[in-house]
Design a protein around this ligand. Structure first.
Ligand code: SF4
Length: 885
């Protein structure tokens, strides 16, 4: 097979922004590998990036425009969207419409959306799912620095002597950055890592110190640290006096907080606090990394400022190996910030609440209007949809019916909205099902543009696949609607390169060094130069080179160019509620991304966790009568999910963790954001997704089931089901509240059995065990195993049967075996790259492989992307412990 030349592009998942070399072959297969020249990853990729080639097929793609479920032409769809938006605005005003967009968009798409809403429709009702990800960091940066600047770069993580990770599970959520730190620590073992996180995540395995802080205790921790820094003389007086303001007030407030209340609020002992404070105070080269554990909180902005205060006080900012460092969750959250994709910002890091900025942007755009006030932030936007203030919403590249807090209410709001337009690449999502108009968008690999990663590095995403069927890039779709609304001149872009050039020009327009974001060097970029654009860090003003770090010598972006210390409040938002005594924390798992629309297509990535789960401490499990692998119902007053119990000492007593990924497309009741209330940080508007009050109870299933299927089922009639891609088809975990009269009918419906298919069955009514296997010719269409307790059949063996031929004489094997049939079970997948399971690693450890390297040499596990090395280490340690007992 002749391969094309590899295309240099960028991974579409997390904010690390790794460079990818993608090669498409003539048969449609896509091979990917890390780009050795990209400065974010130098050739590394994590498990998700490595499996990108498995996610580009056209299964489940939205390929044609639709109105009310009927295929229509682009002309018809675009005309309808433009006319309905125009009519709604004419009748009810510009604030009666809204766009809800995404950190998945390329910067050029984002730029067009923002320009259309703020400069031509005249409303700021455009917000983004990045509101759920890093709005508190934006607000904290702006309060301290006067603008939304990330001061440092990834290299700082490698040259720091201390890295403090706050609410950041880097090992799973930003694995390539984690690998860069692992490599740096191997070279300099004296480098120290502290993890501050209520959960003992996989990242803890790299840390010298894990501080299991109470949820949202971070402000108290960093207020205590500021006081300690002053007490031990670690303040950089020169930096503070020359480059900051507000220090005295902030320190006085910190000094009024007694140590006991910090112990109480953080849940950490005095000794733990002292160890951390002393380490921070004596280590000049310190970077504090923070992510969603900081941002997704009712006090996220105060957390960010409490962290920044400590860096300003010690002058640890802008110098190699120092600085507060917000790592974003999404691939282009930063690009969205640059174009003003949030409802309260304006393009090119200008502000809606500054009349001079509004005037400047309007003159640059030559627009008829400019939004006069901030628009509705995500939670308020969907409330306005619910109460009828917003009558038309366009949702682009995101899935709010699954990912917004109070997801059930969001869905109800969409059901009532007179016009819901959704642009997406996937035909069936929890949100797309409510769309009156569906617009097929280009996916990763099919579109061109730029993204910005967490270290301000702008990289190209490049197209290497043709646009399938009638899919179109988002910028094109929005420009076509804008033209039909009468704004043709301002949206006459011919390519993403035109849009990038305008975006760059605006960043430099009347700038003169007063605004941090300036990429004026690219204001006249040609198509050829855009095609060849190498990754670079902003700023890049015309005639200057990029600046790697900001603020070593002050020069902040406040009116007096001094940074602001911000007094932060220590509050306890936890409301004791005897009916809902557990704290729910939500987040990501290693191998999945957001709402599974892409990673759910990969059988490799679906092996790590194949179903939604609740991680619960053994004490709580005992208290609630829950055993490992039981099904559990986790609920609030108004909503519930049904998930698998996973008992783990990584969880603190009194709290549970449920991943954010499962939707109605992959599980019967797995949408955890149904349980997250719409409580937001009052400054940033970011929802508090990590501290919800819930209760848990065992779900008593009369019958459990497991099935492998050659084809994805249309519908599954069971109280609990969870669907995961596997080699040759799909695997399904099942739970039934009551036994069925006719299991054979259930099995045939699940298999999608046609008259040509042949089903064989085994029933043991005494022990309530049933097995069915369905064949067409020699191939297995499906097998179903049912029992009164969790089914103990080897999942690997059952999955392998989907791709093997089954001569008639051998078919009995499928249904006649006892639990555990099929020999050794690899166990849950740990290494997704090489498909190595936990039982194989444990066995190798028992044979004498006592290091991650030895396991790699024996099984290959952990030798590709490295995302699983922390888990391999844990499995080895468990074996060592058991051997010592
Ligand atoms: Fe993609 Fe993984 Fe790199 Fe994130 S760390 S950008 S998910 S390859």
């Amino acid at each position: 097979m002749t391969m094309s030349q590899p295309t240099k592009t960028t991974c579409p998942y997390c904010g690390v922004g790794c460079g990818v070399l993608a090669e498409a072959s003539a048969d449609g297969n896509v091979a990917v590998r890390g780009d050795p020249d990209h400065p974010a990853n130098f050739g590394r990729l994590c498990s998700k990036g490595s499996a990108l080639g498995e996610t580009v097929d056209l299964d489940d793609r939205l390929l044609y425009p639709e109105i009310e479920g009927q295929r229509v032409s682009w002309e018809t769809a675009l005309d309808l969207v433009a006319s309905r938006f125009t009519e709604t605005i004419a009748e009810h005003g510009p604030d009666s419409v809204a766009f809800y967009v995404s950190g998945q968009l390329l910067t050029e798409d984002y730029y067009v959306a923002n320009k259309l809403m703020k400069g031509f429709i005249g409303s700021a009702n455009i917000d983004t799912n990045s509101r759920l990800c890093m709005a508190s960091s934006v607000a904290g940066h702006k309060r301290a620095f006067g603008t939304d600047t990330v001061p440092g770069c990834y290299e700082d993580l490698e040259c720091a002597d201390l890295i403090v990770l706050v609410g950041s599970n880097l090992a799973w959520c930003h694995p390539v950055l984690y690998q860069r730190i692992v490599a740096a620590k191997e070279k300099r073992p004296d480098m120290k890592i502290v993890l501050i996180d209520p959960r003992r995540t996989m990242t803890a395995d790299l840390a010298e110190m894990h501080a299991p802080i109470k949820p949202d205790g971070d402000v108290a921790l960093f207020v205590g640290l500021l006081k300690h820094l002053a007490d031990v003389g670690a303040i950089d007086d020169a930096f503070v006096s020359e480059h900051t303001s507000g220090f005295e007030d902030t320190l006085n407030a910190a000094q009024s907080v007694d140590v006991l209340s910090i112990v109480e609020r953080t849940g950490l002992s005095s000794a733990q606090l002292k160890d951390f404070f002393d380490l921070f105070a004596r280590t000049e080269k310190t970077v504090t990394v923070f992510s969603q554990g900081v941002n997704q909180s009712y006090c996220g902005t105060d957390k960010v400022n409490a962290i920044i205060n400590c860096h300003l006080a010690t002058g640890r900012i802008g110098k190699a190996g120092t600085g507060p460092f917000s790592i974003t969750g999404q691939p282009n959250a930063m690009g969205g910030r640059e174009v003003g994709g949030l409802a309260n910002t304006l393009a090119a890091h200008m502000e809606l609440d500054k009349p001079g900025d509004r005037d400047r942007v309007q003159r640059f755009w030559q627009s008829p209007v400019i939004a006069a006030k901030p628009g509705l932030k995500a939670v308020d936007m969907f409330r306005a949809v619910a109460d009828g203030r917003i009558k038309a919403i366009w949702i682009i590249a995101t899935n709010p019916a699954a990912s917004m807090p109070d997801a059930g209410d969001v869905e109800a709001a969409l059901r009532k909205c007179p016009l819901v337009v959704v642009s997406d690449v996937i035909a069936k999502t929890d949100t797309v099902r409510h769309a009156h108009v569906k617009l097929p968008a280009a996916a990763w690999g099919e579109k061109n543009g730029t993204v910005t990663n967490s270290e301000r590095r702008i990289s190209r995403q490049r197209r290497f696949l043709p646009l399938p069927a009638e899919a179109q890039p988002d910028w094109w779709i929005m420009c076509e609607v804008a033209k039909r609304m009468g704004f043709g001149t301002a949206f006459a872009f011919q390519s993403p390169s035109d849009i990038f050039a305008e975006h760059a020009s605006l960043s430099a327009f009347e700038n003169e060094g007063n605004r941090d974001f300036d990429i004026g060097a690219f204001g006249e970029i040609s198509q050829n130069d855009f095609d060849a654009l190498e990754p670079f860090q902003w700023p890049r003003p015309a005639g200057e080179s990029s600046r790697v770090r900001f603020f070593a010598n002050g020069n902040f972006f406040t009116p007096d160019r001094k940074a602001r210390f911000v007094k932060t409040k220590i509050e306890d938002a936890r409301r004791e509620h005897s009916a809902f005594p557990l704290i729910l924390n939500t987040g990501r798992v290693r191998d999945h991304w957001h709402t599974l629309t892409r990673t759910g297509k990969s059988q490799r990535l679906s092996q790590h966790y194949g179903e939604p789960f609740a991680e619960i401490h053994p004490d709580d499990a005992r208290h609630y009568g829950i055993a490992d692998a039981d099904l559990v119902r986790v609920s609030t007053g108004s909503a519930a999910v049904l998930v698998r119990a996973l008992i783990s000492t990584r969880q603190q007593p009194g709290s549970i963790f449920i991943p954010m990924h499962w939707t109605d497309q992959f599980a019967s009741k797995g949408r955890v954001d149904m349980l997250v209330p719409s409580i937001v940080d009052l400054i940033s508007g970011q929802p508090a997704s990590k501290n919800a009050a819930v209760r848990i109870e065992r779900f008593v299933a009369e019958t459990y089931g497991f099935a492998v299927l050659a084809h994805k089922p249309e519908h599954i009639d069971a109280e609990y089901w969870a669907l995961a891609k596997c080699s040759g088809g799909w695997r399904v975990e099942l739970g039934f509240a009551s036994a069925r009269e006719d299991w054979a009918a259930f099995a045939n419906a699940l298999f999608g059995a046609s008259p040509a298919a042949e089903t064989i069955a085994f029933h043991d009514r005494y022990s309530a065990r049933y097995r069915f296997a369905c064949y067409r010719d020699d191939m297995l269409l499906g097998a179903l195993f049912l029992a009164s307790e969790p089914v103990a059949v080897s999942r690997d063996w059952a999955v392998a049967q989907l791709t093997e031929a089954h001569p008639r004489a051998a078919r009995f094997k499928m249904i006649a075996g006892r639990p555990g049939i099929g020999g050794a079970d690899k166990g849950a997948t740990v290494c997704a790259c090489f498909g190595v399971g936990v039982n194989e690693i444990a066995a190798a450890a028992r044979r004498g492989c006592r290091t991650v390297r030895a396991i790699g040499e024996s099984l290959q596990a952990g030798t590709n992307c490295g995302s699983c090395r922390a888990e391999i280490k844990t499995v080895i340690e468990m074996q060592n412990l058991q051997a010592a007992e």
